[in-house]
Ligand binder design. Structure first.
Ligand SMILES: Nc1ncnc2c1ncn2[C@@H]1O[C@H](COP(=O)(O)OP(=O)(O)OP(=O)(O)O)[C@@H](O)[C@H]1O
Ligand SMILES: Nc1nc2c(ncn2[C@@H]2O[C@H](COP(=O)(O)OP(=O)(O)O)[C@@H](O)[C@H]2O)c(=O)[nH]1
Length: 228
């Protein structure tokens, strides 16, 4: 008999560790880590119609409109009928959550609750490999060669958006749009919130929660598959 498929979402403000924790979940439990940011970057690189449109928003530091996000993502999720997945970065508005709701039943939502000072410190030290979206932190997970991506050797950059001046308004925006989404998942009884200042201390709790819901998988079995 085929194991039941598992569908989860991870939410949290910028810098809360969604990407970092998603990678650990993907490695430990063999879920596919789907990322809205990766998906958008791939569409931009491929010059798709939606990618060209999304780029005009991302370049201005704006959210991509809901209808563009749902039109891009939902058909891809609908195709994933044989895979368990964890979605990072979507939904982030109530309209996106409602659209996702009409496509699939989520089993679990992880919400990360991290203090502002921690977010500020992490993001001001976050370095990104633009083409892949791989992230580093000079203290927590530094690249092997300073300023260079581990896999491609290409230069790493910092986003202006990650600097403290931009962070306050990004966080305010996150709180406004995420609140009704969190309330929705709470009312469905699938929300699990984790608070703390260190990913390594939060991780064991997430790990044990997931262990009660899905069998763990050997590391060699794992994959991070960006959506095409
Ligand atoms: N669900 C979404 N709805 C609207 N826009 C989105 C969504 N997900 C991603 N985006 C857009 O794509 C950009 C890149 O997303 P990505 O998740 O890689 O990075 P980010 O903004 O640095 O987020 P974080 O700091 O939380 O990692 C976002 O800044 C936003 O403009
Ligand atoms: N110092 C520190 N940095 C962390 C920790 N967890 C994640 N990071 C770093 O903080 C930054 C934000 O994490 P990321 O996973 O990108 O968060 P996201 O924006 O929610 O996807 C990255 O540079 C991570 O490497 C932690 O526990 N301590």
């Amino acid at each position: 008999m085929m194991a039941k498929l598992f569908r989860a979402v991870i939410m949290g403000p910028p810098g809360s560790g969604k990407g970092t924790i998603s990678e650990r979940i993907a490695q430990s439990f063999g879920l596919k880590h789907l990322s809205s940011g990766d998906f958008l970057r791939e569409n931009i690189a491929a010059n798709t119609e939606a990618g060209v449109l999304a780029k005009t928003y991302i370049e201005r530091g704006l959210m991509v409109p809901d209808h563009v996000m749902t039109r891009l993502l939902l058909p891809r999720l609908e195709e994933m009928t044989r895979h368990s997945w964890l979605m990072d970065g979507f939904p982030c508005t109530l309209a996106q959550a409602k659209a996702l709701n009409s496509t699939c039943d989520l089993d679990l939502v992880i919400s990360l609750n991290i203090p502002y000072e921690t977010l500020k410190d992490r993001l001001s030290d976050r370095w990104i490999h633009l083409a892949s979206g791989r992230v580093y932190n000079m203290g927590f997970n530094p690249p092997r060669v300073q300023g260079r991506d581990d896999l491609s050797g290409e230069p790493l950059i910092q986003h202006d958006n990650d600097q403290p001046e931009a962070l306050v308004s990004r966080l305010r925006h996150y709180k406004d749009v995420a609140k009704p989404v969190i309330d929705l998942y709470k009312s469905k009884g699938i929300l699990h919130t984790f608070s703390g200042t260190e990913t390594d201390r939060i991780w064991p709790y997430i790990n044990s929660l997931l262990s009660t819901k899905i069998p763990s998988r050997p590391e060699t079995d794992t994959q991070h598959i960006p959506l095409p």
